[in-house]
Write a protein that binds this ligand. Structure first.
Ligand SMILES: [Zn+2]
Length: 722
């Protein structure tokens, strides 16, 4: 067979970036993979601009792969080995590191001055932050050219990056400058700040480098810039990466060099694997075909914007998929298209030309469920259920990070919820818009089977029985997954452990991170949506649009939502972002005729003893009791239904520990429900939110379904930890 050499010389290297004309950082990277040694040898030239008015005395770099250098790194000491869905396997080739061989600044060799620092925890063994003092400070508005030669030994992939056999997901792999924050530009405030010296230091008003160590539960933060990257791999390997492939050159020595380029992004990741194992497919997202005219109308109405401003753009979508998963090609594309469509309608058109989704191989799924700019990894199984929401959920979620982690780019070390929380909320919305509900059970050849693949743990087939009214068969075929159940449980278990507004590595443990970064913010945002009604979409879209490429903080979020909605929400944010209380109210009632008369009652002005068993028609009296069981205070709505079908909606400020509503001359109450629209997703547990007059088997049914659904949601919940 004849090899076709494709040689493309692209001469537009100096072209202006689309959104950030003068970025802080520009990378030119040359990288060569040695697939047998599991190493990448690299050389990078970084032009870094000081856009502040401060003199900067040093440079600081992330060397993330040193988290995997040994078991004394902060990442590993914090429990990183067991923190992902795939545990670390302690074998010689599984460790990884990032070694800088030489570092020059403006031509001057500063290799000898390099040293590691540990700004977060003082762990002397942690080598994830490199510092180099400069002979002359970088002048205000000045710039430096940094040249670095280094080698990255890739870890066996269990935490986002590394190799499995000949599959490589190469991420957090190059020496990367931290973010220099000038005095007063970013001031984050955290719960517990006044009593915690470390937190007080973090929010200091002085400028400086924001270069955190790599921790078990932290993600990333970096300046936007341009990436011009040459990747050299064996010629029989397929490649996908951040940005667009601009050229491909056969080196004549069994290797091929690909050039990838992307502007207005803050990271670069890539993947490579023998072509015999993977396929690379392209489909175009055509905005006019994907978004129906009535959908455009509807979203322009919701945002209060003309349709031209809500319109989406075409995007080239690339799928890098294992050949063994080829029957799921369409599902991956549909999920990415759903992301492009619904995130686009909610927050604004996707600004990049390309989006690439990577499906890691079986046993390489430590690389799955992770986001990088214009490039993200999903994850699927050999035989996947049709309606269980996998791989759709993870694909939409990781795509969705393009909007938060990618474009808005808050500091994930310090305010993880601004990415994961907003994205979890957006994922749930998108799944509902596109798919309705996913299902736990489905029917295959008439036989009900759990809607999870056989490679996952099976759920119990015969949960406790005895609920005679439930149509078990039907539910087994088609139990809808309530996306809120597992999150509500995680929130209930961890809400009182930590505050949402707290740096990720300072949370007590991994489940608390799961709550503070994912579940609680998601429940908070759904609750806020319910609270703001039609003000919600203009407010959240404005936040996204205003802070694209700007690294906003929680203050920017709170201020924008309040400004656009015109509401004072301090009480809400104080309790949800900084507070650690639960939102939990309960309702109950008593309703019935007044007691039988006993004792003396006046009859024609004279006391007369009531007769036993008097059968006078006694008036019905009712009272509804609402109690505040949690610390969080929230305006309460109760729907009370009466025997004659009438109903009233009661409102209460929720402030004191309880209140009562009294009814006379009304029929008996049949039910009282808190939050009848089921809109306050922060409210847990929900079992005390409705009260029925008579014992009713419905509650038992609910418990049965909840139990089944919870187990499955727990099984699938970990896919959101990325
Ligand atoms: Zn995520």
């Amino acid at each position: 067979m004849k090899r076709v050499l494709v040689l493309l010389f692209v001469l537009c290297i100096g072209a202006q970036a689309k959104f950030i004309p003068d970025p802080i950082v520009r990378y030119k990277i040359d990288a060569r993979l040695d697939p047998s040694a599991k190493t990448v040898k690299g050389r990078e030239v970084i032009v870094w601009q000081n856009q502040t008015n401060e003199s900067i005395p040093d440079l600081q770099f992330h060397l993330y792969l040193n988290a995997f250098k040994n078991n004394y790194s902060s990442f590993m000491r914090e429990g990183g080995a067991e923190s992902r869905r795939v545990p670390f396997r302690n074998k010689a080739d599984a460790w990884g590191y990032e070694q800088v061989h030489s570092l020059k600044v403006d031509g001057q060799d500063l290799t000898g001055a390099m040293h590691f620092i540990q700004p977060d925890d003082g762990n002397p063994h942690d080598q994830t932050v490199l510092r180099v003092p400069l002979p002359r400070p970088i002048a205000p508005k000045g710039s430096v050219t940094i040249e670095i030669d280094w080698t990255s030994k890739l870890p066996w992939v269990f935490a986002r990056t590394g190799f499995h056999d000949n599959f490589f997901l190469i991420a957090q792999w190059f020496p990367k400058p931290g973010v220099f924050e000038p005095a007063g530009q970013y001031r984050r405030t955290f719960a517990g700040e006044l009593t915690d010296p470390l937190l007080a230091r973090l929010s200091a008003a002085k400028g400086g480098w924001n270069t955190h160590q790599f921790h078990m539960s932290t993600e990333f933060y970096a300046d936007f810039g341009t990436f011009d990257v040459n990747l050299t791999v064996p010629s029989d390997y397929e490649v996908a990466a951040t940005g667009s492939e601009r050229s491909k050159k056969d080196n004549g020595d069994g290797t091929t060099t690909y050039n990838y380029y992307q502007e207005d992004v803050h990271d670069f990741a890539w993947t490579t694997q023998p072509r015999s194992q993977v396929m690379k497919l392209v489909r175009w997202f055509r905005a006019d075909e994907q978004v129906k005219p009535h959908e455009l109308q509807e979203w322009s109405r919701r945002h209060g914007l003309p349709p031209e401003q809500v319109k989406l753009t075409d995007v080239k979508v690339t799928l890098f998929i294992q050949r063994e998963h080829k029957d799921q090609i369409d599902r991956h594309f549909r999920a990415v298209f759903a992301g492009l469509k619904w995130y686009g309608l909610m927050y604004g058109a996707y600004p990049y030309d390309v989006a690439t989704v990577v499906d890691p191989p079986y046993q390489g799924d430590g690389a799955g469920g992770m986001e990088y700019p214009t490039f993200f990894t999903a994850g699927t199984e050999y035989w996947q259920s049709g309606n269980g929401g996998d791989p759709e959920g993870v694909t939409i979620h990781e795509f969705g990070h393009q909007y938060w982690y990618g474009m808005v780019a808050s500091n994930e070390f310090e305010e993880a919820w601004l990415d994961e929380g907003l994205n979890s909320y957006s994922t749930t919305k998108t799944e509902a818009f596109e798919y309705g509900r996913f299902h736990n059970y489905e029917k295959i050849f008439g036989v009900p089977v759990p809607a999870v693949s056989w490679l996952n743990l099976p759920v119990p087939r015969y949960p406790w029985y005895g609920i005679d009214r439930i149509a078990v068969g039907q539910y087994w075929e088609w139990v809808p997954i309530d996306p809120f159940r597992s999150r509500a449980r995680r929130y209930l278990e961890n809400a009182q452990t930590d505050a949402m507004q707290r740096p990720a590595w300072m949370l007590l443990h991994r489940p608390s991170y799961g709550d503070q970064a994912y579940s609680k913010p998601e429940q908070t945002l759904h609750t806020l949506e319910a609270l703001l009604g039609d003000k919600w979409w203009p407010a959240i879209r404005t936040y996204h649009q205003r802070f694209r490429f700007k690294h906003p903080t929680a203050h920017d979020f709170m201020n924008t939502i309040q400004e656009v909605s015109g509401r004072d929400l301090k009480w809400f944010f104080d309790q949800t972002l900084y507070g650690t209380g639960l939102l939990n109210y309960s309702v109950s009632f008593s309703s019935g005729p007044m007691d039988e008369r006993q004792g003396f009652f006046d009859q024609n002005g004279n006391p007369e003893l009531a007769k036993d068993g008097n059968t006078d028609k006694r008036p019905i009296e009712s009272e509804v009791l609402v109690r505040r069981l949690g610390e969080m205070i929230f305006p309460v709505v109760v729907r009370v239904k009466f025997e004659d079908g009438s109903e009233v909606r009661e409102q209460w400020d929720g402030l004191y520990r309880w209140t009562k509503f009294y009814y006379k001359n009304k029929p008996r109450i049949v039910s009282a429900e808190l939050d009848p629209e089921n809109a306050w997703k922060l409210e847990v547990p929900r079992t005390d939110n409705s009260y029925l007059g008579k014992p009713n088997t419905l509650a038992a049914e609910k418990w049965y379904l909840r139990w089944v659904v919870w187990i499955q949601n727990v099984l699938s919940a970990f896919s959101y930890f990325a």
